[in-house]
Design a protein around this ligand. Structure first.
Ligand code: A2P
Length: 284
């Protein structure tokens, strides 16, 4: 007699539509400009990552008319939340005709996204040798991994000074970073862990290139002219004391890399820590 015949029909019929693979639930969405937003979601209980790493996230794609199947639409996103956070945070561009972000920008609290729990990346403390000052150089959404690292206690344990530069086209694009730094400066948990004066280590240097602000210009030009160091009243880059992480658009990464190399810093990796590391910010 055939066991399969005994399978209750109801169970098959009521079987739910399978949940998204690696689904996580959106818990918060904030829009900053028509080009930028951030969101938070639940964290997979098994996910361990190092502050500064990225993961693949996305949504289910449209049904392929030929196969009748749906494929996940995934992109690499820096995790903007620190390793200790219960939730995950991401900072994203909105590209109106971007395959993923044209849809991702409409997510709401309670929606599900896909998050592959396989973190990787080079913007991690393990890829740098000890130093005195750490520079975080960002453009646009390249701020994201630094939003993680600025909330990571190890950053303040390892360095006397933490200098974050953020270059954007317009003033409104600085909001996410500016608000975050403000909240870190008032963070009681970090103050308790690192000492009340930990926030004095943070030097924030925002610049804009296409809208009037207190500091105008590309950070690369401000380094070349020496204006950055004059403004901060510090010595220029030096391979003995300075460590750096770069995250922005490709042209920016390459230019800054060259400036660091000219100053005598060497590129590091997880397998061979050195004086600076680079990662390209996500673009849809
Ligand atoms: P700019 O307005 O002069 O192009 P994007 O939104 O295109 O990714 O750019 C983000 C910011 O990075 C902008 O302020 C832009 O300045 C700046 N930027 C673009 N390319 C470079 C580069 N090669 N070096 C330094 N900054 C750059």
């Amino acid at each position: 007699f055939d066991m399969t015949e005994q399978t209750p029909v109801t169970e098959e019929k009521s079987a739910k539509v399978p949940a998204l693979p690696d689904a996580q639930t959106v818990t918060e969405v904030k829009h900053y400009t028509d080009r930028l937003f951030s969101f938070r979601c639940t964290r997979p209980s098994t996910l361990r990552f190092r502050s500064g790493e990225f993961v693949m996230i996305g949504l289910m794609g449209d049904v392929n008319p030929k196969t009748g199947k749906q494929k996940p639409l995934l992109r690499a996103y820096s995790i903007a939340s620190p390793a200790w956070d219960d939730e995950m945070e991401f900072y994203s561009i909105k590209v109106q005709d971007g395959p993923l972000t044209s849809r991702l920008q409409h997510i709401k609290v309670g929606d599900e996204i896909i998050l592959r729990p396989k973190p990787v990346g080079t913007l991690v403390h393990d890829a740098l040798i000890p130093g005195k000052r750490i520079w975080f150089f960002a453009t646009g959404t390249g701020f994201a991994p630094f939003a993680s690292l600025l909330r990571e206690p190890q950053t303040y344990e390892d360095y006397d000074e933490v200098i974050i530069t953020h270059t954007c086209r317009e003033v409104g694009e600085l909001t996410y970073g500016r608000d975050l730094i403000e909240s870190i400066r008032n963070d009681e948990m970090l103050a308790e862990l690192m000492g009340e004066d930990f926030h004095k280590k943070i030097r924030y240097y925002p610049t804009t290139t296409r809208e009037e602000s207190a500091k105008m210009g590309r950070i690369t030009d401000l380094i070349r002219s020496g204006e950055l160091f004059e403004d901060l009243e510090i010595d220029p880059l030096n391979p003995e004391s300075d460590r750096a992480m770069i995250c922005g658009n490709l042209a920016f990464n390459l230019e800054l890399k060259e400036l660091l190399e000219d100053a005598g810093l060497e590129e590091g990796a997880n397998s061979k820590p050195a004086q600076y590391v680079v990662e390209k910010a996500f673009l849809d």
